[in-house]
Design a binder for this molecule. Structure first.
Ligand SMILES: [Zn+2]
Length: 251
């Protein structure tokens, strides 16, 4: 179906559906209702976190069939963000161990980039076909995929979602993207950089949140062996801005 970005990758079905390109369930899990605090999208003013009505974070980019095929990865991301949000805001409600489908979350990060490309107009080159194949379940090339950046000091928790794309300045292709939420930076690499470790730890098994003597473990399940976990020491809630804002202003 023309207009569906997954046309030719499995069968299209139904009409084009208007949907949130950052899944509505994820936006709600971040506490966004009715507005989300988001920064870094291609069409946003530079260095600004804006409060955006979640109704405007929509575009018609997928048919109903493909949209429903991908709904399981939306659910993985929503559950993960809900858990990360609750670890900060309502820790007693969170079990000591929560497990998530690692490949599903990794593909959700990629799915968001399709929506951002569509909404970014001419500033971003349309995603290539191999991304579409990956979204439909094809293996990722070596070194591509999710990296989690280890904390570099005391991380501050924030429910703002900040998404930054790194473009090739000449071709406007997306090379990588950073997703920051609740003090955690998830990087998605779509190529093989010279120094992949500069983007963090590739597909870690766990994120461990320590608060006094309590611990909450978020574990990613991967179809291969991985043992590395990243530990975050919670410093409690704060009203000051997370350190990653740097010179950012809020609107
Ligand atoms: Zn389709």
């Amino acid at each position: 179906m023309s207009g569906c970005f997954l046309q030719g990758f499995g069968a299209c079905r139904g009409g084009l559906s208007r949907e949130h390109y950052i899944s509505e369930s994820v936006l709600r899990a971040t506490g966004a209702n009715p507005a989300a605090k988001i920064g870094g999208l291609a069409w946003q003013p530079a260095d600004t976190i804006q409060s955006i009505g979640i109704g405007s974070l929509q575009s018609k980019i997928l048919c109903e069939g493909h949209n429903s095929n991908l709904s399981p990865i939306d659910a993985v991301a929503a559950n993960l963000f809900k858990t990360l949000h609750a670890i900060d805001k309502d820790r007693p409600s969170v079990p000591s161990l929560s497990t998530f489908d690692g490949p599903g979350f990794e593909r959700w990060l990629l799915k968001v980039l399709f929506g951002i490309s569509a909404s970014g107009g001419f500033q971003i080159k349309a995603p290539p076909d191999n991304w579409k194949a990956i979204l439909m379940g094809a293996p990722w090339p070596e070194s591509w995929g999710m990296y989690v950046f280890p904390p570099d000091g005391s991380e501050m928790f924030s429910s703002d979602l900040y998404i930054e794309t790194k473009l090739n300045p000449a071709t406007k292709e997306i090379l990588a993207a950073s997703f920051r939420f609740a003090g955690i930076t998830f990087n998605l690499l779509l190529g093989k950089p010279d120094h992949p470790l500069a983007f963090g730890i590739h597909r870690p098994r766990g994120l461990i949140f320590q608060h006094d003597s309590e611990e909450r473990r978020v574990e990613f399940l991967w179809p291969f062996q991985t043992e590395i976990a990243i530990t975050y020491k919670c410093v409690g809630t704060t009203t000051s801005k997370p350190s990653y804002y740097g010179g950012w202003k809020e609107q």
